[in-house]
Unconditional design. Structure first.
Length: 136
């Protein structure tokens, strides 16, 4: 069941932390030696640039607003001499709170960009990674 905007503790009409000029922020929910769970919040049109999670499996669950996820799977897992990775595009997927989660694995959809699909309101998502970056 989707979270209500009030449960997420922000006003959907107001950008986050405008006094700090932030376009996004992260809240850690839980972390142990097996999993990292957090929430990302993105202002209107904000994005988390193209990146990957090497040797990790992840789940992205939209909990507020709409997200556009662009993902790629590496064809080869080593960078070439130009520090580039050849990858196959999976196109764009738009997620809402009623959508199934998006999943990435070490070999599929692992290179991705997450963008707020709205130019007028914030969005948020639950981010689950295993193993975590920082093993306690």
């Amino acid at each position: 069941m989707p979270f209500s905007i009030h449960e997420l503790l922000f006003d959907p009409k107001e950008p986050f932390d405008t006094h700090k000029g932030l376009s996004s922020y992260y809240v850690e929910v839980y972390e142990d030696s097996d999993v990292s769970i957090g929430m990302f919040f993105l202002n209107a049109s904000a994005k988390i640039p193209l990146h990957g999670h090497p040797q990790m499996t992840g789940i992205i669950k939209c909990i507020a607003g709409n997200l556009k996820i662009s993902s790629f799977s590496p064809v080869e897992h080593e960078m070439n001499e130009d520090n580039l990775i050849l990858a196959t595009s999976h196109g764009d997927v738009v997620l809402s709170p009623s959508s199934d989660p998006a999943m990435l694995t070490p070999i599929s959809h692992n290179i991705h960009e997450v963008k707020n699909a709205s130019s007028s309101s914030p969005s948020g998502f639950l981010d689950i990674l295993t193993p975590p970056y920082n093993v306690p």
